[in-house]
Design a protein around this ligand. Structure first.
Ligand SMILES: NC(=O)c1ccc[n+]([C@@H]2O[C@H](COP(=O)([O-])OP(=O)(O)OC[C@H]3O[C@@H](n4cnc5c(N)ncnc54)[C@H](O)[C@@H]3O)[C@@H](O)[C@H]2O)c1
Ligand SMILES: O=C(O)CC[C@@H](O)C(=O)O
Length: 400
């Protein structure tokens, strides 16, 4: 039985992929894996049993990824699974930025009409104060052209907005998906200077913390609006407040609540709603559950942020998985241990990522005690961090 613990509300459509006869949910303090959304794990020690953490979402800054790597815990995320939800929320805010839609509704709802008033005529008389502008022809800068940024760039361009994109590390796949009518800029300042709206879609990392600060805001038009649906600390809030109060920035729209940003007429704050659609929650939960199940049941790694992508068809009675330091001679050390126990290797794959590597070894061996002995031996090898044996779920015993 695999033990899975959850944090936050994970959509049932994902959780139901864990079959009752193979998985126990929230039944132990020593889980094999954890599935979560925004719960902060930085201060949480990992139990020795923990093999994997699946983030039902894109960002993994709530997870101590480096510590997880050192302890041999594979961290997964769900690339692109909530990108459309964030895109739609950003587009909705673009419309709200150019037209006082919410303000118009607020005014009508709260106007002190008297019984018998011609409500329609009074509303018509006052409507000029809620006239707005159109998005067509405005300039939008998209910082970070990943799953979300690329969708926003393409859809904004289709709405008639002039779009400028900045991403020095854009992936080849994403680059292919971006309309050639989206202008690519090579320097962030170039985009900041000309755009009416700037929206940021980069992960929170040391290199992006505060990447939109005093200098960047000083490049922007005094009427421009800055959008942050990525992570609060990517934008320097003190620089934003100062610029807005000095009339050097037109507005700030953020998905990350912060006491210092509340009740300001030029700042809109949302309670982290970017991925809060039924569709995105289901997509993320299904992908996170699929990543975990595949890893626990076959050792394959797909969509990990800290270990390489490794898949191998599972055609032997036993498979062992190893996480080890990425140093010379590890493969020959592992193979020698296996050969010394008179076990034959039927297939093997090894991939490195940075300082760590992941290895799958399929064994032509039916004897459980020999495999268990091998695991004990491999666990003693220097620079091997975690070893696991997975028995093939099929009918190898009968077939052999
Ligand atoms: N508000 C929400 O609810 C919500 C939902 C989903 C994602 N997010 C946040 O948005 C971030 C982006 O999500 P995504 O799915 O598009 O991720 P992604 O990994 O597909 O895209 C991130 C992009 O940022 C680029 N990038 C990295 N550093 C950069 C830099 N210094 N300058 C410019 N570009 C840079 C990368 O090359 C990549 O193309 C996530 O990491 C997460 O923090 C928020
Ligand atoms: O789970 C959520 O609601 C937010 C997820 C979002 O921040 C992400 O990084 O994907």
């Amino acid at each position: 039985m695999y033990q899975i613990n959850t944090f936050n509300a994970i959509a049932q459509e994902g959780m139901e992929r864990f079959e009752d006869d193979k998985y126990a949910i929230n039944d132990t303090d020593d889980p094999d894996a954890v599935i979560l959304r925004s719960k902060n794990l930085h201060e949480m020690p990992f139990p020795a049993s923990l093999k994997a953490i699946a983030r039902a979402g894109a960002g993994t800054n709530n997870i101590p990824v480096e510590r997880a790597t050192q302890e041999g815990v594979v961290v997964f995320n769900t690339p692109g699974a909530n990108a459309n939800a964030v895109k739609e929320l950003v587009l909705a805010n673009l419309f709200l930025s150019v037209r006082p839609i919410l303000e118009g509704n607020e005014w009508v709802q709260n106007f002190p009409f008297n019984p018998g008033d011609d409500v329609e005529a009074i509303a018509e008389d006052h409507k000029k104060q809620f006239a707005g502008n159109e998005l067509v022809g405005k300039k939008l800068g998209v910082v970070g052209l990943g799953a979300i940024g690329a969708l926003i760039a393409n859809d904004a361009e289709r709405l008639g907005i002039e779009v400028y994109g900045y991403d020095p590390y854009v992936s080849v796949d994403t680059a292919w998906s971006i309309s050639r009518r989206v202008h690519r800029v090579l320097e962030l300042d170039e985009l900041l200077k000309i755009c009416d709206f700037v929206t940021v879609h980069v992960p929170l990392m040391d290199s992006t913390r505060g990447m939109i600060g005093e200098h960047e805001i000083a490049q922007m038009k005094a009427t421009a609006h800055l959008y942050n649906f990525a992570r609060g600390p990517i934008v320097d809030k003190d620089a934003v407040l100062k610029a807005i109060n000095d009339n050097r920035l037109g507005g700030y729209i953020t998905d990350f609540a912060d006491a210092d940003l509340l009740h300001h007429p030029k700042i809109r704050v949302l309670p982290h709603l970017g991925a809060s659609t039924e569709e995105a929650e289901i997509n993320c939960a299904k992908m996170a559950a699929a990543n975990l199940k595949r890893f626990l049941e076959t050792g394959d790694i797909v969509n990990s942020v800290n270990f390489p992508s490794v898949q191998m068809s599972f055609n032997s009675p036993w498979r062992i998985t190893l996480i080890n330091k990425n140093i010379p001679n590890m493969i020959s050390t592992i193979s020698t241990f296996i050969a010394n126990l008179d076990i034959n290797i039927s297939n093997m794959v090894n991939r490195g990522r940075g300082d760590y590597a992941y290895t799958l070894v399929d064994l032509d061996e039916l004897d459980r005690s020999k495999v268990e002995n091998l695991i004990d031996e491999l666990n003693k090898v220097d620079n091997v961090i975690r070893v696991r044996a997975i028995e093939h779920p099929g009918a190898f015993y009968e077939e052999y």
